[in-house]
Design a protein around this ligand. Structure first.
Ligand code: ZN
Ligand code: ZN
Length: 247
């Protein structure tokens, strides 16, 4: 199978921008636009096309941005509201509001970073212990929020952002292999965390799994389960009243 293009060109080449936004879904015979669980003017929330576990979601900017370090403060704040929304969906669907948030910062010409070079946050229900896996790979993190992530991006550096058990840390993403965080999550979920060890019985590269029957079933199950949760809860996060009046 030929790997789908994950080039970063804004516009026509980006697989998370129109017109290619749902091309990968179509290649896998999965719903595209109808797989968007919720949306607002800034973001789309939808299942990862090759979910690492049930409930694996992506929060994707509607406009092309390279990464969350490329957000302004308003957009970052909106993304955090979406994080809280996902926690509510998970609590309803899976019985826990605990979640893992991860982002492989910007892809760099010298390697490292994103699986797709368009801003997206990954969400997985539960707290599998990904920070520990990443740190054991020699990538210590420091507590971080918007300013730290933005500073790394503006300095032309890549980063790994992990929020787990209510704490966000940023780790250097310079030189790490592509999809390193997908590997780390798969390793944490499978308990195989020795340096360089592949997760037991699994693969993490989305290009290798996105069309396979088990992956497709997981995608569709995630969509069904979270659609029910979405319908049962109030709508997507509301924009604060004053948002528009102070611009
Ligand atoms: Zn894009
Ligand atoms: Zn990704």
């Amino acid at each position: 199978m030929t790997e789908p293009s994950v080039q970063a060109e804004p516009g026509s080449e980006c697989v998370l921008c129109p017109p290619l936004r749902f091309r990968i879904n179509a290649m896998a015979g999965l719903p595209g636009e109808p797989s968007v669980l919720e949306r607002d003017r800034d973001f789309l929330l939808m299942p990862d096309v090759a979910p690492l576990t049930d409930g694996h979601l992506l929060l994707v900017t509607r406009e092309h941005r390279q990464c969350a370090g490329d957000f302004d403060e308003r957009l970052w704040d909106r993304a955090l509201h979406w994080r809280d929304r996902v926690a509510r969906l998970y609590r309803h669907a899976y019985g826990t509001g605990e979640l893992l948030l991860f982002e492989h910062g910007p892809a760099l010409p010298q390697g490292g970073g994103a699986c797709i070079d368009h801003a997206h946050w990954h969400f997985v229900p539960g707290t599998p212990g990904v920070r520990g896996v990443v740190e054991r790979q020699g990538l210590p993190g420091s507590p971080a929020g918007y300013a730290a992530v933005r500073a790394r991006f503006r300095a032309g550096r890549s980063y790994l952002l992990i929020e787990e058990r209510g704490t966000a840390t940023v780790h250097s993403g310079d030189g790490v292999r592509g999809q390193f965080l997908r590997w780390a999550v798969a390793a944490a979920l499978n308990g195989a965390t020795a340096p360089g060890t592949a997760p037991a019985g699994g693969t993490w590269r989305w290009q290798e799994t996105f069309g396979l029957p088990e992956s497709r079933r997981r995608f569709l199950r995630t969509l069904r389960t979270l659609r029910r949760a979405s319908a049962a809860l109030d709508g997507p996060p509301r924009r604060d009243h004053h948002d528009d009046s102070h611009q």
